[in-house]
Design a protein. Structure first.
Length: 124
């Protein structure tokens, strides 16, 4: 199977999962700002590893993963209805802290910019 097909299916799974997450009513999932960082489907389409990150931090992402695992049957059924695939992949959710890490790096960079501007103003 060509590699671009797997990439296209992975992107379709990611897009549809984002829409399905908005419809979930589990309090561990619906109250949080979740983001799907990466979705990778195996070459035989039997498994999909989905990395989940939350703006609230890593602990919130871990709690959301517990809720998503509990609702994985519903999510998989909805995914099968929305995508025309012969075999709907089994979903494996993994907590990820990349959004919080990116926010920390952005904050550090903005602080460095601010300190550079202050040092330039003192020299004048």
């Amino acid at each position: 199977m060509p590699g671009y097909r797997i990439d296209r299916i992975s992107e379709d799974v990611r897009r549809e999962l984002s829409a399905i997450f908005r419809e979930l009513k589990d309090p561990r999932v619906c109250g949080k700002m979740l983001s799907i960082v990466h979705a990778q489907v195996s070459s035989d389409l039997s498994y999909a590893k989905v990395n989940i990150s939350a703006m609230e931090g890593f602990e919130a992402a871990q709690e959301a993963v517990k809720g998503l695992k509990a609702a994985s049957g519903y999510i998989r059924r909805e995914l099968g209805l929305r995508l025309r695939l012969r075999k709907v992949p089994e979903l494996r959710f993994v907590a990820d802290d990349s959004i919080a890490y990116g926010a920390k790096i952005s904050k550090t960079l903005s602080e460095m910019e601010f300190s550079e501007e202050e040092s330039e103003n003192e020299d004048v």
